[in-house]
Design a protein around this ligand. Structure first.
Ligand SMILES: Nc1nc2c(ncn2[C@@H]2O[C@H](COP(=O)(O)OP(=O)(O)O)[C@@H](O)[C@H]2O)c(=O)[nH]1
Ligand SMILES: [Mg+2]
Length: 210
């Protein structure tokens, strides 16, 4: 029987408790948002197979089961990770400040060539925003991370984020050079299929693609 995929990528979600990691995962894997139920459960991983340049790419995305509350993410969690999604909450300065700590954690435990990206989640709440877009951009530039503002609630930029990360990993594997940082926005809009665009256009919230 033919293999169901051409590539298998292991991805991780990292960031403070409450920033929306589990919601982002559920949004991406199931296109669903269930605010009350999700936050109480710990998920190991979810999978979704996407198409990249005609290849089937199976994404196995791991979520912490609440260990991040105590910053006790162990080396085992990072093992074999090819991509890491760092998440903060735009309504929480603390979660933004802690990104540096999480990056330190990644540097210590993850493979040195792991693809990393920074997500500013909950951008559907402009009235409660405490972290400006520019602050996120600046931090991302400092560490050479791809950067997007997302909303697990509205779904804004969630597809783009995972596609962008997967594309970066594939490019690396294929031996190509992919430029992280400033040019990532262009790559992200280029990946947006007609269907995705249609789905997003009816949504209430809109977050900026950077
Ligand atoms: N408004 C809004 N709330 C969100 C968003 N993502 C998550 N939340 C809420 O934030 C809380 C924590 O989310 P959760 O996914 O459990 O965070 P985790 O601890 O990082 O896994 C929950 O009450 C979610 O409903 C978002 O994009 N927008
Ligand atoms: Mg969670």
């Amino acid at each position: 029987m033919a293999k169901a995929y051409d590539y298998l990528f292991k991805l991780l979600l990292i960031g403070d408790s409450g920033v929306g990691k589990t919601c982002l995962l559920v949004r991406f894997a199931e296109d669903n948002f269930s605010p009350t139920f999700i936050s109480t459960i710990g998920i190991d991983f979810k999978v979704r197979t996407i198409d990249l340049d005609g290849k089937r790419v199976k994404l196995q995305i791991w979520d912490t089961a609440g260990q991040e509350r105590f910053r006790t993410i162990t080396t085992a969690y990072y093992r074999g990770a090819m991509g890491i999604v760092l998440v903060y909450d735009v309504t929480s300065q603390k979660s933004f400040q802690n990104i540096r700590t999480w990056i330190g954690n990644i540097n210590e435990h993850a493979s040195s060539d792991v693809e990393r990206m920074l997500l500013a989640n909950k951008c559907d709440m402009p009235d409660r925003r405490m972290v400006a877009t520019e602050q996120g951009q600046k931090l991302a530039a400092e560490y050479q991370l791809r950067f997007l503002e997302t909303s697990a609630k509205s779904g804004s930029n969630v597809e783009e984020a995972f596609f962008l990360l997967a594309k970066g990993i594939k490019a690396k594997l294929d031996g190509k050079r992919s430029a992280p940082g400033a040019s990532s926005g262009a790559a992200s809009s280029e990946q947006r299929g007609g269907k995705q665009r249609q789905r997003e256009s009816g949504k209430k919230f809109r977050c900026e693609i950077l």
